[in-house]
Design a protein around this ligand. Structure first.
Ligand SMILES: *Cc1c(COP(=O)(O)O)cnc(C)c1O
Length: 402
């Protein structure tokens, strides 16, 4: 059933995020089925879209949660994700976060440095309970994606190189308060080429074999996330080919295969609805000014991201190129550039497609703009899953100091 954007925009106003929950389920099932016959856990990378209803939806389908802050762990727990399916990654975990994660008995903490391992050991010892850990391997593989979302090269801050990781595993095996049960990598985001993932899986599987040979029993083999989606004309990694490459790399290892998908589960399920305010012309350049801005969707200006745009209900034949820009006082405040569009009028509705991942979660209050409302649609019914932020919400924690 197509989503009725016009009705939703009139009922809830714009800018508005709309998510297709049925499509989320479809995306999840594609990956789950690709791994059928294997011990597998598909986790949802919470940072892609952290709305509690979104997390709960994946939890009900059986997904785990990949979290990168204790706040995300709390979201996962309060959305009903089972604690034995939650993992906690990130290069800068604080003692308090480590303590809480251990107390909540989540599946494991994914470690990113030797120094962090020592902190985790200390906190675990103080609590008197061993910490289940995995180590994030930096396999030094070029994921061939945008440099801001590349994470698997030695020049990136993420993970641990192989020789060091091996020393860490040996240390952990002999430590009373560390229990190394997993191994992990995550080489980047919006990947459209399977080869780097397959290569990283092979490298990390070989390491896992050498660890097993010295008695370190890795039970969870976590290949991270990063599977890309089609924003424009990208070729895609098929879930089948993805699963096959991972199964092949880990052949003979008795492990649960895990992946942590964010964008591939939610990216193509989200729409940002925005209304036209004005058109203007500067010299030869045409601008369509809309009520959504870079504070609502940062990806265009941050990553030069190319989101498909449609203008609803306008069929004029005279079409020219326009930049779609927001009201914020920054030249970087644009949603799309050089889009062929007919002449627009006040209140025309524009849909920005594929805005389900790293859309709302990267939004801010810049220019004292309240963040958009969020709507879930399933089987033709809609539910508001986050209210529009008011001015009062924004200033609630401030004081006008006199
Ligand atoms: C961001 C992140 C993911 C998800 O990345 P996507 O590209 O959205 O699939 C998975 N694992 C870790 C550790 C991450 O930081």
């Amino acid at each position: 059933m197509p989503i009725d954007f016009q009705t939703l925009s009139k009922k809830y106003d714009t800018p508005l995020y709309v998510y297709d929950f049925d499509r989320m389920q479809g995306n999840y099932q594609l990956f789950k089925e690709a791994f059928s016959g294997e011990k597998s856990l598909i986790s949802y990378a919470v940072k892609a879209n952290s709305n509690l209803s979104v997390i709960r939806h994946f939890g009900e389908l059986g997904a785990g949660a990949d979290c990168v802050s204790i706040g995300e762990v709390r979201r996962a727990l309060s959305a009903g994700i089972e604690r034995y399916k939650i993992i906690f990654s990130g290069v800068g975990k604080q003692d308090e976060e480590i303590r809480e994660a251990l107390t909540e008995e989540i599946l494991m903490l994914n470690l990113e440095s030797e120094a962090e391992m020592k902190r985790v050991e200390m906190v675990a010892q103080a609590l008197g309970r061993p910490a289940r850990i995995s180590i994030r391997i930096n396999p030094n593989v070029d994921p061939k994606t945008h440099p801001y979302i590349s994470t698997g090269l030695h020049e990136n801050k993420f993970g641990v190189e192989i020789a060091r990781a091996k020393r860490m595993y040996i240390y952990a095996k002999n430590a009373e308060f560390l229990d190394p049960i997993g191994i992990h990598f995550h080489i980047g985001s919006q990947l459209t080429d399977l080869a780097p993932i397959a290569e990283a899986a092979q490298i990390v599987a070989d390491l896992t074999r050498s660890l097993k040979a010295i008695g370190i029993e890795i039970r969870f083999f976590d290949v991270g996330g990063g599977v890309g989606i089609r924003y424009a004309d990208e070729t895609l990694i098929s879930p089948q080919a993805y699963a096959e490459a991972i199964v092949k790399a880990t052949k003979g290892l008795d492990v649960t295969l895990m992946c942590e998908l964010g964008r591939a589960l939610v990216g193509n399920t989200g729409y940002l609805l925005t209304s036209v305010l004005y058109e203007k012309q500067n010299g030869g350049k045409r601008f369509v000014i809309v009520d959504a801005a870079m504070n609502d969707l940062l990806r265009p200006t941050l990553y030069n991201a190319d989101h498909r745009i449609t203008l609803l209900d306008r069929k004029d034949t005279e079409i020219s190129e326009a930049d779609i820009v927001g009201p914020i006082c920054e030249s970087g405040d644009w949603l799309a550039k050089a889009v062929p569009l007919p002449k627009t009028e006040h209140n025309d509705l524009i849909v920005v497609h594929d805005a389900g991942a790293y859309g709302f979660t990267m939004s801010s209050n810049y220019n004292t703009r309240g963040r958009a409302a969020e709507i879930a649609v399933s089987a033709g019914n809609e539910r508001m899953i986050r209210q529009r932020e008011s001015f009062e919400d924004q200033i609630r924690l401030e004081e006008a100091y006199l």
